[in-house]
Every structure is written in C-alpha cells, then in structure tokens.
Design a protein. Structure first.
Lengths: 411, 411
C-alpha cells in the first residue's frame, strides 16, 4: 500500500511554521507498513491544492491525506480543492453542521452570532459522498472514497490533526489501507555514540549478504537511527552483527526514545532524578517532562544560568566558581551534587558550557561543555567539544547528557 | 522570482525526523521576497529526487533548492539526481576533493584510510559546471546554473544546511535571484490574545477596501501571525485599523518573537528575570535561553516538579501546598515570590497546572493552569483552562505566561 501527503499552508511555504502534521501522519503510516511516496507542501490557493491532490491520485497511490485549510475564513479552501480533484461537487452536510455548531458553542463567544453561523456552514460544507469526522476543534475533517484511492482531509492545528487522524483511522476504508500489510513495519534501532562513517565501514566489512535487507541510516545529534526491513530472521542476524561491532551502542529496538528508556529504568529502581542546567537552560527538564507520568521519576531541577543561582540554589561554593570558572569540570560536579542535595534526588544530571555565539575564549571556546552525572555509585564528569550553532550545541549537550545517564543507570 | 524546494530523506517520509531545512530555506527566501511555490519531500531514491527536481524546473521556477543526500554512503544520491535532471554528467571536482579531504582530516579518525578516501571522492563528485560550496561538515553543497533556473544543492544535517545556504546566497547567480525583488517581503505582525474568528469578524467589518492588500492569517498557540503584502501605505493603514480593533494586541511588527521583546524590555530596564516551572518543566527557561545574550537578563529558575522541590527550592510553605493543592492560585503566587527570593531576580514567571493525560480530577481537570508574574509592581495571577493534549497544554501555558510578563513589562 502506498500513500501521499499534501500539506497546505502558505505559512509553511514561507517558513513561518514548521510542518508537524506531515511527520505525524507519516510516522503513523510507517508504523502500519504503508509507504509514503511523497509529501507535497503547497500554499492556500485552490488550484495549488487541487493539482497536488490530483497528481497524487495520478501516481496511483491508495491513500491521499491532506492537512490544513479547513478553517472558517475565506482562505481555507481544501474541501473545495479535494472535491475538484475527485470530480465531485460540494454540499452542506447536515450532520456535520450539527457537530460544528455544537463545537462552536463550547468556545467563548467573542464573534457575533451571524459570523459564527457563517463559519459553521462553511466548515460543514463537504464533498458529496464524504464522511465527516468529529471536530476536535471546530473544523470537521472528512474521509472521501474516490474509487481507486481514499482521501482523508484533516484540519491544520497539530492537536486537531492528530485527533482527527485517529478518528479517520477507524473509518473502514482507511482501516483497510492501514491493515493491509501491517507486518511490513521496519525494525527500528537507535544507537548512541556511533557516527555515520563508522556505521558505513561496518556495513562494508560485512559485505553484501544477499539477505534482501534494506538498511536505512539517519544521523541525529548524538544518535544514529537505523531502520531494517523487512523484519524477521535476517534482520535479527543483522542486529547481532551490530551488537558485535558496536558493543552497548544499541539502546532501543522498538523506537523508544532515550527519555523513555531512562523513565523505565528509574521506575524499575524506584529512584528519582533531578537536573542542574546552565547552558541548556531547561531543555533537559522540558524533554523529560514531555513524557506522561514523568512525575513518578523526575523530581525537578534548577536552571542555574547566573553564577549567583549556582551558589544560591545549588550550593556551588563561590571559591570553586572563582578558581575554575563556571564552565569547568569542578563546577559541573558541584552542580550535580548540589542538585542531589537541594532538589532532593537519587540521580542528577548537570550541564555547564559555552553555547555561543558570544562568551567563548581561547581557553574556553564556544562548544566546550562539561556534563556530570551523580548517582548512588558516585559522580562521573565528561568534557565535550561540540561544533555548530547555539541550538545545535544545546540540543547535542542535552542528548549526550541523557545518554550518559542512561549508561550509568544500565551499569 | 519563484523558487521550489526539494527535501530528500526517507527518514522524513517515514516521520522519524521533522524537516527543519525546508522551513529554514523557505523563511530565508520569504524574507528576500522570493515566493516558494512548493516544497516536495521525497525519499532517497535516485528517480524520486530526479523527478521532483525535473518537475520543479518544468514549473518554470527561477531557483530550485535541494537538501539532503550528500553523505558518503551508497544511499546518498542527490548530486547524481540533480545532474540527471539538469542533463549534465558528473565528474570528480578536484577543488572540492581538496576541501573534503581537509574537512575529513578534522574529524576523529574512526574509519580506515581507504574508507575515508572513498567517501571523500564520493562527496567531491559533482555535476559538470557546478560550483562547490565550502563544506561545514564533510559534504560540500553546490550551485549549478541550469540555464533558466539556478539549482542549489545543500547537505541534510540542519546546521550544515544553514551554513551552506549562507555560502550559496553569496554565489552571484543565487544572489541575483535573492536580490531581484527584495522590497516585496511582507509586513509581519504578531498579535497576542486574539483568536482567528475575532480577526475574521474584524476583516468583515472592514469590508473590501480595494487596496490591493493580501492578508494572510496563521493561528499559533496563544498567538496570531498576520502577514500583509505588499508593505507600504495601504499596509500601514491596515495596521492602524487593527490597532483600533484590538488595542494593545500587536506586540511585534518586524517578526520579532515574544522572547525577543521580553529580552529587549528587561535590558532597557536593567532588570533580571527568573522562572519557577512545574507543569512546563523547563520549557520557558529553554525558550528564553535559546536567545543569544539571554544571560544579560535571565538569571535562571527552578523546575519544581515535585512538591518537595516547591518547598525546598522555592520556599513554598507546606501548609499552603496542603490547604490549596499544588495546582492553585496560592501556590502559583508563592512559587513566583519564591523565585524572586531564591533565584534572586526582579521579575519571576511561575506556572503550575495539570498537563495530563493523567492527574486530572473533577475539581482540577486536565488543562487547569495557574500563572503568576511577580515584579516590582506586585504579583498578578491568572487562571487558564486549556484544551488539547499534553504538549499543547504545556506549549500554550508557556506562551501565555510569556505574554503575561510582556504585558507587565510594558505597563
């Protein structure tokens, strides 16, 4: 089964918004073993959307998913475009109208009754033959069986899009596509501390195995993501090969993230984690607390951006700061121990570094970062010298710190 | 001038990575007044990339920008695909080879000499006639003048892509496209606390003005982004109209973010900010510290996820926690005052709430959030009842808190 995604929104074409919906639907399709042949991002214009949907139908895909352009305003024209591409007219769907009116009634009435009713009728106007999806916001999505392909029309705001996609997945025509080859989902591995060139060299050493495996590699800051398809015996042999080549590097075999692995390990141990962040400024805390249930294993932390906060909230001695500087092995260790004591936790991650673009010196250049992990076995400190811009240095420091903790929990 | 973007990468089609490069290049083109007609995301296959580039050329655009697929491995085929689409052969570029070898020499040698040289030659093989760009990592991008259009080929890792795009922008053929209609960049407004339906009603009240303006609206959590083009007299009249309709709502007229506006206001006042975050877990600190130079106005904060941390690190009295619960007006206020005292700052933002999916009760449902802003004039507390999933509630609480502070700094 093959699918195509059409993401609409001039704000995406102008780079003001990063598309999240395409990635969300694509990941869901991939996990069901449905291949996405193309994601097309177009503007809000009727003809742009219509031609992108028509091209996807022309490529013979089984499923077309559109996102965005379902709002109450004049520039929301996706339903019209989908109807045109599928060659059916539009009509006011009375059932959809009831759902939209009910949804609008729960929103504080800041627009007049007339405007609200106008918007309701606009949002309930669907291609003939389409099934309306319950609106998570005020715009209903729709599923249209267009003969050779099924077209799913989803709203643009990411949480509405995700909720509508869940509803759409239960509609029989969509479920049929998703269920058709569920066994084809790839094996998804994550490796820590392996760079792409090493991985490539390992592949070359292995030689061509004639095992029919397709191996995909994607480098992320501090991690390597490897997909192997089809799953099964040959893929398992390949995993064993990687285990020998890169001992301890594979930390996930089911797509679970480092945050999830850490959460499970801490839960199993009945221990709590805290953070002391300087240059990452809260990124690690934000990543950990994005996990539902993280309050069971994450106590909290201190963002000690200023030196006074390192002293006051973490108890880093003033003379250690003075003697070694805020970006030092000694301060990283004192921050981690301070988090254990002041936050009150079994394990602590501390990060201090120069994220740039300013603040670097010859001795302590931009990219110099010290990480410390404190736990029941003691404290471990690591020096990093990272490249790239401010965001890359921060993201990478956060990822490497999480992996250092993961390895310590695993030990 | 019109451009098309072709993003390559099976990992994007499978939803394992959200594309950042398309958005980065699109934003840069938009600010230069170059319209992007389409962003096409395709997999790593030679023919997929070739046909997407060929289709873009066929649409008659002036510029095609590709990202990704320049690595040393067998599945990196973008140069080959671009050459095929442009109808030119490939050749080993000796100048590029020198640059790639030099770049590889700075990377720790974990692969063998043979593998490294193989990869260097692969990465230095470019379409005939292409100008190699200096490699920020090890892969050089390229600029190819294909007659009617210029093709820019950029590497995939986001920081390499951004650096190569800056290099490419200085190449005369690309600079000519970017400089052709620089005056056409739209006016970009940001409004706080206005929802799309209110905005639409205001537009209807205004009626059709025959002023030739094209107004685009994009709703983001807690903000509305409005673009008006072309800029100039009519656009300025439109801004005056919005100021009368939504007094105080426009907080940015040059695309600057709420974080930037806060940083400027604090710098002008010579005052410092701190944070006390519970359900947002560090998101606000991470957003503030993503700004270069934020150490000049952000002292740090406490992520007080557990109640013990609220008591211990922020001095929230145990009896206040017991009497009112962690998610309460009183605890939000005590957290903000505690941040002022314990972090040591003039202003403090505090957030406590139920982000879900668990932890909600009839009295305190998922989405109930209390914000407090403490500053020299006193403390202000706000109750929010937010909808959506965990990430949406967290993001939205963070954005609304930042706007509450911005308004307080503005008062």
């Amino acid at each position: 089964m093959r699918a195509a995604l059409v993401v609409t929104g001039t704000e995406v074409l102008e780079g003001r918004v990063k598309d999240e919906n395409g990635a969300m639907v694509a990941a869901s399709l991939a996990s069901a073993g449905v291949a996405v042949d193309r994601i097309t991002v177009v503007g809000d214009g009727l003809d742009e959307i219509r031609s992108a949907v028509a091209e996807a139908l022309g490529r013979g895909v089984d499923l077309v998913v559109t996102t965005g352009g379902l709002g109450p305003t004049h520039d929301d024209r996706t339903m019209e475009a989908v109807a045109a591409a599928a060659g059916v007219p539009l009509r006011l769907d009375e059932e959809a109208l009831v759902m939209v009116r009910a949804a609008i009634a729960t929103v504080p009435a800041r627009a007049s009754e007339d405007v609200r009713e106008f918007g309701a009728r606009k949002q309930a106007t669907l291609p003939v033959g389409a099934v309306a999806l319950p609106p998570p916001g005020t715009a209903p999505g729709a599923v249209l069986d267009a003969g050779q392909a099924v077209i799913v029309v989803l709203p643009g705001p990411p949480w509405e899009c995700a909720a509508s996609w869940r509803s759409a997945s239960a509609v029989p025509q969509v479920a049929a596509v998703l269920g058709a080859d569920g066994a084809a989902a790839p094996l998804e591995l994550r490796l820590a501390n392996v760079v792409e060139s090493e991985f490539m060299e390992a592949l070359m050493r292995r030689g061509s195995a004639d095992d029919g495996l397709v191996v995909g590699v994607c480098a992320r800051p501090g991690e390597l993501e490897v997909t192997v398809r089809p799953p099964g015996g040959a893929a398992d042999d390949f995993v064993s090969f990687l285990e020998r080549e890169f001992p301890g590097a594979i930390f996930s075999r089911d797509g679970s993230t480092v945050e999830e692995v850490i959460g499970s390990a801490l839960t199993a141990r009945g221990e709590m984690l805290g953070t002391a962040e300087s240059c990452t400024g809260g990124l690690i805390g934000a990543r950990l607390t994005s996990m539902p249930g993280s309050s069971g294993w994450y106590a909290g932390g201190v963002v000690s951006y200023a030196n006074e906060v390192k002293e006051r909230a973490l108890g880093v001695p003033a003379d250690v700061l003075e003697r070694h500087g805020a970006v030092s092995r000694e301060v990283a260790e004192a921050m981690a121990r301070g988090a254990q004591a002041h936050v009150g936790c079994d394990w602590a991650i501390a990060v201090t570094g120069v994220a740039g673009p300013g603040g670097g010196t010859a001795e302590k250049p931009v990219g110099l970062v010290y990480l410390a992990i404190a736990g029941p076995p003691g404290v471990e400190v690591r020096e990093l010298r990272l490249h790239g811009d401010r965001e890359r240095i921060r993201m990478r420091a956060a990822t490497i710190a999480l992996h250092l903790l993961r390895a310590a929990l695993d030990a």
